[in-house]
Design a protein around this ligand. Structure first.
Ligand code: MG
Length: 253
């Protein structure tokens, strides 16, 4: 099932995506919801972030080729950092290019959405805490990250965490293509089989650091090919089975 949030005439609603149409649901994705007869086309609605996370937990350098391209070693345990919930952005949303930066990069990533409170879970139980999967762009001000050797400012600008368009609840994450296109040109073309730390291990590891709440998002790292974005660009993250997350790079005025 493909879960999403959207706005119609400024009203925020939830829905499921079926055969190119959006059917409104009422209730909670984390508990119970009922499917209504209200149906909308994509053209009639504005996509919203598919959930509202309390935090984005991101995994750095989880693909060996990407670690190498930025001159980093492959980590021996997951390297994790946070993006604030205020960085959330939606399918077809605008990524604002911050005046503080002159090198903003795309990072196409598979994201995991948590379904229920998750604390200190074992690897073998970890997938019981997953609501579903979606595309995410871990937008990064690379010049700031390099200058500070820290992640917080570089990763946290408003609009720097687009994800969606929907959360797929039935999905096998183990061998899927993760791609990024800028203005239609392929920039990243990886596969989740090359992840260093796999998803159950990541959920267990992170939940032994911090409690994950319903709607929290784990970004599982980016394959090689990260590169710069410019104002005016259209950037797309495509994952087999999860559709295409499209965003537009705009100036921050
Ligand atoms: Mg990343």
């Amino acid at each position: 099932m493909k879960l999403l949030r959207f706005a119609k005439d400024k009203f925020e609603m939830k829905g499921i995506y079926e055969d190119g149409k959006i059917r409104r649901v009422i209730g909670s994705f984390f508990d119970n919801f009922t499917v209504t007869d209200e149906v909308y086309s994509e053209e009639e609605i504005v996509f919203l972030p598919p959930v509202i996370p309390s935090k984005f937990v991101c995994v750095g350098r989880n693909y060996a080729e990407h670690a190498k391209e930025l001159g980093n070693e492959v980590p021996t345990e997951p390297l994790i950092f946070l993006k604030p919930s205020t960085a959330a952005n939606a399918h077809k949303g605008e990524i604002f290019y911050p005046p503080m930066s002159s090198k903003v990069d795309h990072e196409a990533e598979l994201a995991v959405v948590i379904s229920k409170k998750c604390s200190r879970v074992d690897e073998q139980d970890a997938l019981k805490y997953v609501l579903g999967y979606t595309c995410l762009n871990d937008v990064t001000a690379r010049d700031i990250q390099k200058k500070e050797n820290k992640f917080t400012r570089a990763k946290s600008f408003d609009s720097f965490a687009p994800f969606g368009p929907f959360i797929e609840t039935e999905f096998d994450y183990e061998n899927v293509g993760v791609r990024c296109f800028v203005n239609g040109e392929v920039r990243q073309d990886g596969n989740t089989r090359d992840m260093i730390f796999k998803i159950p291990f990541l959920i267990s590891f992170i939940s032994n650091v911090m409690t994950l709440l319903p709607g929290d998002v784990i970004a599982t790292g980016t394959p090689s090919g990260v590169g710069g974005l410019n104002i005016g660009d259209t950037v797309e993250v495509e994952i087999d089975g999860l559709g295409k997350l499209v965003n537009y790079v705009k100036p921050r005025d």
